[in-house]
Write a protein that binds this ligand. Structure first.
Ligand SMILES: [Zn+2]
Length: 353
């Protein structure tokens, strides 16, 4: 990681830890502030004299921070923290993509992936089963009985434990929740409205007028961790919808082929292409993600691979796919084809027929 990435990393991780104890400023936040001061000084911007001032700046879009070159790593319109929300979805995308999935809540998903990929196991069927299960809205919130039924269907106890760790118990909180009409996860009342997780993208995807209460009687209740809802369930719902649509159209579809080398393999008449679903809030983050990869990594995308962005991203950023494509560097652009979910059918007709 370079200096700017390091700075963002320490600021975000520090802010994530801070609410645990306001009296004590986390070391990471302190370190991030010093790095911020260095970067601002280098760019000739205004230096924040104390933490309170820094926090004010971090509430602003990053293109107002006065740090040159930041746009290569963080979307210009996005702040790092937001009132009522805390760490922004863009900041979470940053941690999730540039740093390591180990730092994020999806580390549980990553652990499952590593476990299934292990040379001695190669658990393709189990991996696809787990991802499919976590991609359906009816499994976003479950009773302990329902969760146990799925988790215990795996012969391997370690795998069962890893799947269980994608959920957290919310039995006592349930009265404060409503059921999300789009993804089935928990809505919370914040700042005068019902919200689904931080980004609340579901608000644009379903009728947010009437809400059901959860009814699990006296059972213990579990929900997906917020990070799994955001990075597995939401894009997963798009993946499943796409897979069903393509099957109905007569294509051969394989989910998570080669233990998640790609998300979908689509075939027709002995021709095969691969789809990789990528879901970042800002098209700049998607472009930056590929711009920073090595040529060896990018080569994986060179042949018959398409990067597919869920259709709902167009709601916030019209022409999301085109915006991301024009932000790709020249070297990168040769390898990466970005299309929107609704363009897949047209592309397949062109490529496979
Ligand atoms: Zn939702």
């Amino acid at each position: 990681m370079n200096k700017i990435q390091n700075m963002l990393y320490y600021l975000i991780i520090g802010l994530q830890k801070w609410p645990n104890n306001y009296a004590q400023i986390p070391d990471e936040l302190h370190k991030g502030m010093l790095m911020f001061i260095q970067e601002v000084a280098r760019s000739g911007g205004e230096i924040p004299a104390e933490l309170h001032k820094l926090l004010q700046i971090l509430h602003k879009p990053s293109n107002e921070w006065g740090i040159q070159g930041l746009i290569e790593y963080y979307p210009g319109e996005a702040p790092v923290i937001e009132e009522f929300i805390g760490i922004t979805p863009d900041a979470e995308d940053f941690i999730n993509t540039y740093i390591s999935p180990n730092e994020a809540q999806q580390r549980n998903m990553y652990a499952i992936l590593q476990f299934c990929r292990d040379e001695s196991r190669k658990l393709q069927t189990e991996y696809a089963q787990i991802r499919t299960f976590l991609s359906h809205s009816q499994n976003a919130v479950l009773s302990s009985f329902q969760l146990a039924q799925f988790v215990e269907s795996f012969r391997d106890r370690e795998l069962s434990t890893l799947v269980r760790q994608c959920y957290e118990e919310v039995t006592t909180l349930l009265v404060n929740f409503r059921k999300c009409p789009y993804c089935g996860w928990t809505l919370e009342y914040k700042n005068d409205r019902w919200r689904c997780n931080k980004e609340n993208i579901c608000y644009a995807l379903a009728d947010f007028e009437m809400f059901e209460q959860f009814d699990f009687e006296n059972n213990r209740v579990y929900r997906l961790l917020p990070g799994i809802q955001r990075y597995v369930l939401l894009p997963g719902m798009s993946e499943m919808k796409l897979a069903d649509f393509l099957k109905r159209k007569g294509y051969g579809v394989e989910l998570f082929p080669n233990i998640d080398e790609y998300d979908l393999a689509v075939s027709l008449n002995n021709n095969k292409i691969f789809l990789d679903v990528k879901d970042f809030k800002d098209p700049r983050t998607l472009a930056n993600f590929f711009n920073q990869k090595s040529l060896t990594y990018l080569d994986k995308y060179g042949h018959q691979v398409y990067v597919v962005v869920p259709e709902y991203r167009n709601i916030l950023f019209p022409s999301y796919g085109k915006r991301a494509s024009v932000l790709l560097k020249e070297d990168t652009e040769k390898f990466i084809n970005i299309i929107m979910e609704n363009e897949v059918d047209k592309m397949l007709k062109r490529v496979l027929l």
